[in-house]
Every structure is written in structure tokens, then in C-alpha cells.
Design a protein around this ligand. Sequence first.
Ligand SMILES: NC(=O)c1ccc[n+]([C@@H]2O[C@H](COP(=O)([O-])OP(=O)(O)OC[C@H]3O[C@@H](n4cnc5c(N)ncnc54)[C@H](O)[C@@H]3O)[C@@H](O)[C@H]2O)c1
Length: 368
Amino acid sequence: MGKIKVGLIGIGNCASAIVQGVLLSRRDPSRTKEVLYENIGGYKIGDIEFVLAIDVDVRKIGKDLGDAIFEGPNIFPRLIDETKTGVKVIAGPVLDGVAEHMREIFMPHGKEVSMDDIVRAIKDSGAEIIVNMLPVGSEQATRFYAEAALRAGAAFINGMPVFIASDPKGEWQEKYRKAGLPLLGDDIKGQFGATILHSSLTALMRERGITVNETYQLNIGGNTDFLNMKEEERLMSKRESKTSAVAHTLKNPAELIQTRRIRIGPSDWVPFLGNTKVAYIYVKATSFLGFPVELDVKLKVDDKSMYAAAMVDLIRLAKLALENGLAGPIQEASGYYMKHPPKPVASPFEAKRMLDEFINRYGKRASS
Ligand SMILES: NC(=O)c1ccc[n+]([C@@H]2O[C@H](COP(=O)([O-])OP(=O)(O)OC[C@H]3O[C@@H](n4cnc5c(N)ncnc54)[C@H](O)[C@@H]3O)[C@@H](O)[C@H]2O)c1
């Protein structure tokens, strides 16, 4: 089997976890045992190869990807000594990627970068899959890169909450379908993050006949992702993405939304937490004969390792889609790994079954 050639957009903490995860899985597989799938259609995590990296931060541009991942403001720890990739980070257009309150933090360059520049860079690199990891609220910039990938003939995985694969107007889905390219998105659901835990609990409640009366999920963290989301305007899509992932598992989503009895989203930036994300999940529900059921869960995880575990699977799923000539939104992959997939998911358990069927159908070798 060949390598999977990938281009990364936004060399932040998620990128660091992905790059180090891939390198570690080649050099010390004992440290990458906690995966969802070791083998997806014959592809291992170590088959992922980085051929392109784009950012706007002057500290990262021009550096080898394996060095840039340790530049400020990234804080994901070094897990492996040798990280050189031979790929230099190039400058992308800043557009709305850097919020006003983040200008001193992300340190954007002042150069003009055109669509032609990025399309050419993708083509020259040979990237077959482009992975988008821009800060929340990068509406324009995400559309720019989705267009560039399309023009360059690459598949697109949108790991953040701008609605491309789940575009409500269906325009992006149609463009990718017409171009014969796979589109996966939107907004990653981490390996064991707050969304998968919360939505699994509420899906289980529905399956067991329980009615949810009110629920919240409060999230705090201390990295640039959380700092960026201090601006409520920028995080509207994130709130929608996270809320819909839980709401679709409920018996009565419209009622809870209308009566404002569901509240989910990033809640504050607590600098000393770093990449540790703390989520407080609360559910009040009713069981048989009207008796109360109440849940209070506190989850504490490294948010970036959660993201990387899902992304290394999505990259391999995008490769299967490419190999099998699948075009447009790939629901089976997005439904299981994304918070805001093209079609909403009512049960994460059912989504897993659909994903396994997809892998069995399109994978060349049986998956483990
Ligand atoms: N568990 C998770 O961590 C998780 C889950 C779901 C979604 N996400 C999303 O993934 C995205 C990435 O998260 P992160 O923690 O790596 O963020 P980060 O803040 O560490 O990194 C963002 C990077 O994007 C770069 N950037 C800004 N504008 C750019 C542009 N126009 N072109 C190219 N690069 C640009 C910044 O310089 C920075 O390096 C965020 O939107 C986050 O919400 C994360």
C-alpha cells in the first residue's frame, strides 16, 4: 500500500498532536496503542505522510513542520526527539483567521497570498488530502482553503466548525461532488471528548425510554483555541455544532431548544489548564412513572490528543473514499467522527455500525 499524502492548514496544537502521533506510530508503536482503528482498509497511521504545511505565524513560516509545531504559541509537549519532516511551512492568506484579540498571540505576517499561490502549492506538493485546522470563526479563510483544495484536485477534511460538508445550502457538497472529490466534516468529535460522552449518554437515555428535561455542557481550557473563543461572535458556529450533536440524540430536541433547556459550548479560558480540557456535563431526566434521573459528570482530558486520534482515522477514510472514486460528503466517516456532519446523527452507536460497514465495503484489507 502507498503513503497518504496530506497537507495541513493551521499548524497549531492539533497539528502538533497529529504530526507527533504519526511519527510515533512509526518509531514506537507501543505508545500509540490507544486507537479506534489500527488498520483502516489496509492503512496504518504510519502510512500518513505530510507533504504540505500552511500557517500565518511568522515564527512558523519557513521552518520545517517538525520544528514549527514547537513554536509559540503552541504548547503541546514534545513526545519524540526527531520530528523533522523535510516539509517547510509556507505562508497562507490571513483573512479572518486571526481575531483582533489574537493578533499579538498568532503574530500574522503582512504579505499578500493569492488563491493561485495556494492552488499551485497544493498541486506541487502532491497533497491528495487537505486538512483544515484554523481557529474557530475563520469563515472566510476556511472557504478560501476549501476552494483551493477543490481547484487543486484534493479531498478536504474540515476539522473545525465552519459548515462546509454540512453547508445548509448544499453548495459545497455539490461543488465537491461535481469535482469528483471527497468532502469530510465538520468539526471533529474527539476520541473520548465531551461531545461523544454527552451524546452517548443522552442517546442511551433515549434508547432506554428516558426523557431528558434539561442539560448543559460547560467546557473550559487554557490554550489558544479557548482564548480565541472568548469572543462570543466567533464561537457561534462552535456552539451550534456542539449543541446539535447532543440535541439530535434527544426525543424532544425542539422543546429543549425552544425553552432554552439545553446549553452547550466553550465556557471560559483558564490559562493554567493549558491543553487540558475540563467538561461539566449535567442531565436532568425523567424515568418510568415520572421519577427523576440526574447525572453530573466531570471529564478531564488532553484535548489535542483527543483530536489527533480522530483525525488520523479521518485521513485514512478520506484515502479510501479517493481510492473508491467516492465524491461529495462522506456521511459514514463524518457521522462518526464529526460534531456537525452532513446528516445529523441520532445515535453514535448506529454511526459506528455504519462506519464499520463502510470500511468493510471500501477497504482493500479487513480492518482490525
Ligand atoms: N479537541 C480539539 O482540540 C478540537 C475538537 C474539534 C475542533 N477543534 C478545532 O480545531 C481547530 C484547531 O485547533 P488548535 O487547538 O490546533 O488551534 P490553535 O490555536 O493551536 O492553532 C491554530 C493555528 O491556525 C493558524 N492560522 C490562523 N489563521 C490562519 C490562516 N488564515 N491560514 C493558515 N493558518 C492560520 C494559527 O497561526 C495557528 O497556528 C480549532 O478551530 C478548534 O476549535 C479542536
